[in-house]
Design a protein around this ligand. Sequence first.
Ligand code: MG
Ligand code: MG
Length: 272
Amino acid sequence: MTRGGVRAVVRRLRGRGGIELKSPGEIEAMRAAGAVVARTLRLLKEHARVGVSTGELDELAEQSIRDAGAVPSFKGYHGFPASICSSVNEQVVHGIPSREQVLAEGDLLSLDCGAILEGWHGDAAVTVPIGAVAEADNRLSAACRAALEAGIDAVRPGGRLTDISHAVESAALAAAAEHGTSYGIVADYGGHGIGTAMHMDPFLPNVGRPGRGPRLVPGMALAVEPMLTAGSEKTEELDDGWTVVTVDRSRAAHWEHSVAVTEDGPLVLTLE
Ligand code: MG
Ligand code: MG
């Protein structure tokens, strides 16, 4: 979701407007959709290597999703032309797969995938090293993944939305400190509610003070998706109208899971 949508969402947060609540049966249906996404991402990870194009990965993804009886949610979304977003190196999110974009040794590839199964959406992303990547890139990806895990841990009934934001930010800062570096935490984009649509209320920032926003209650589902960069947190969109890159062209990582709030705590929906 873009910053453009944030203001509208903030207005609705103030009004405590409707966040879709799912029944336990509907959460199970979302797990089935999430499993299609997880399986597809695993397949893509297995195939993502030097000499393979992101266009080929996109074709594999669409086949995998359709073979499962699901529909790729990205394809045609506001005109997006593919079933996955493939974002290489300084590309943060929303990269367009292409037969011309051939993966090379040392690339850092983020793959984002969404599927609809029986009306329910799953959305997840991983960052994959291509061949031997720089140690700094591995650390960046690991930090982003740790931030995701911390965010997931905060998806708890009784908590507040920005508890998740704060957990993500804190984990990213901690990882950077541990590595004696600093990471940009992208704030132009963030997580979102998910269910009968891919992008629903509420917008979920990846930075912020805890204890704000809607109270988390069982039946909510959220896509948690930190994006970290090795430099500036500032991004810009390329002329293709989609690809988001870091302004300083530093490398970026992106990890995402769709997660439900349950009585027992967080339930990750995008697992096999
Ligand atoms: Mg996604
Ligand atoms: Mg998402």
